[in-house]
Design a protein around this ligand. Structure first.
Ligand code: SF4
Length: 385
């Protein structure tokens, strides 16, 4: 029998082809080219406190961080870099402002890359030759990290403020200085706290160079605001194929940044989705406390490391449809819950048994998926209805 198309548009698994960028190697993580978009964060400990910094790096690693940056404002911090770079499970980037001597210290210490902010390093341009030579000798890539808050004075005068053009000109100027010394192991960021300016800056930059791009909305704010700003800005760029590594900046513990970063990538299908709870927002038709149900199911499944989609729905309007589409689901009504597994109703249980039944069935499915060798992921919650 011939399949007949019903004219339904096919759903793209990804929104755009990746921009073709050069690939660089940040320690064990490839950035750019066809390498997956990576998630980074930055430690908040004093880098000189080696134990605390390594502890935080371990927590970040466990939450899915792939590259970590550490600040290096003092000689004590520079002295700690070698041990941290050696013992960290993920590549360590030293973040250098103001003092060029720490750039050399970080390269010598074996950091996987060094971030420099040319606007903040006095006579940086005069040092590029030596930095390029040291970086080349050690195979250390450099991130040129231009920031709206510390834009080169010359460009501030030219443009009046940190416009997208000013950010891009600053970054490409610095890159050209490295190119003069035949150094191209570069990635670039042009961060601004306003997502609209930031998006435009990265679009212009993407059109004018082949370097891999590190996306960031700088000073994005507290968790709620920063999450929204980052999701909007990264979403706009990544959905056009722009961006090779991301850092969400939140005034919140860095583990939260990593969770948000991973969730953004999962939402765009740029990363294998983890456990996903599709729960409806509830409405006047709900015949069960959907919020409580979704929270209890999420709590019961947190830590599960398989890409399982679980639907928690409040009534029979969309419930059976969503539950059927998910790996596992419940459509509630009349004090009962119809439990779906892989599209089939396997049983109907009283409302008081919905949570435990879902968790029990999720465990069985997870075991089957693990046995089949499916990749792990982080829990996430999405809302339908
Ligand atoms: S499934 Fe939709 S219609 Fe039913 S309770 Fe949830 S939001 Fe309301």
């Amino acid at each position: 029998m011939t399949a007949i198309s019903l004219g339904m548009p096919s759903v793209p698994t990804k929104l755009a082809e990746r921009r073709k960028s050069r690939q660089i190697q940040v320690g064990s993580v490839a950035v750019g080219g066809d390498a997956p978009v990576s998630v980074q964060s930055m430690t908040t400990t004093r880098t000189s406190d080696i134990g605390a910094t390594l502890q935080q790096i371990a927590e970040l690693t466990a939450s899915g961080c792939q590259i970590v940056r550490v600040a290096c404002p003092t000689q004590d911090d520079a002295d700690a870099l070698a041990v941290i770079a050696k013992k960290s499970q993920i590549p360590v980037i030293a973040d250098i402002h103001f003092q060029p001597k720490y750039v050399f210290a970080a390269i010598e210490a074996g950091c996987a890359a060094v971030r420099v902010n040319p606007g903040n390093i006095k006579q940086f341009d005069d040092k590029v030759k030596e930095i390029a030579r040291a970086a080349k000798d050690h195979g250390t890539p450099i991130r040129i990290g231009v920031n709206a808050g510390s834009l080169d004075r010359r460009l501030l005068q030219k443009y009046g403020k940190a416009t997208p053009e000013a950010l891009v000109e600053s970054a490409l100027w610095e890159a050209s200085l490295f190119e003069e010394h035949d150094f191209r192991e570069i990635k670039i960021s042009v961060k601004h706290n306003d997502p609209v300016v930031m998006i435009e800056a990265y679009r212009q930059l993407a059109a004018q160079c082949e370097y891999p791009l590190h996306l960031g909305v700088t000073e994005a704010g507290p968790a709620f605001q920063g999450t929204i700003k980052s999701a909007v800005a990264f979403g706009a760029l990544l959905s056009q194929g722009i961006g090779d590594t991301i850092r969400v900046s939140l005034s919140a513990p860095p583990v939260e940044e990593v969770k948000v970063g991973n969730q953004i990538l999962e939402s765009l299908n740029l990363k294998q989705r983890g456990l996903e709870i599709v729960s409806c927002p509830s409405c006047g038709r709900a015949q069960v406390d959907v919020y409580k149900l979704a929270e209890e199911v999420t709590a019961g499944l947190t830590g599960m490391e398989v890409p399982l989609r679980v639907a928690v729905m409040g009534c029979v309007v969309n419930g059976p449809g969503e539950a059927r589409e998910a790996d596992l689901g419940v459509a509630s009504g009349n004090g009962k819950g119809q439990i779906f597994v892989k599209g089939e109703v396997i049983k109907t249980v009283p409302e008081s048994k919905i949570v435990e039944t879902l968790i029990e069935e999720a465990m069985k499915l997870a075991e089957q998926m693990e046995a089949a060798g499916m990749e792990s992921g982080e829990p996430s919650v999405s809302v339908a209805g």
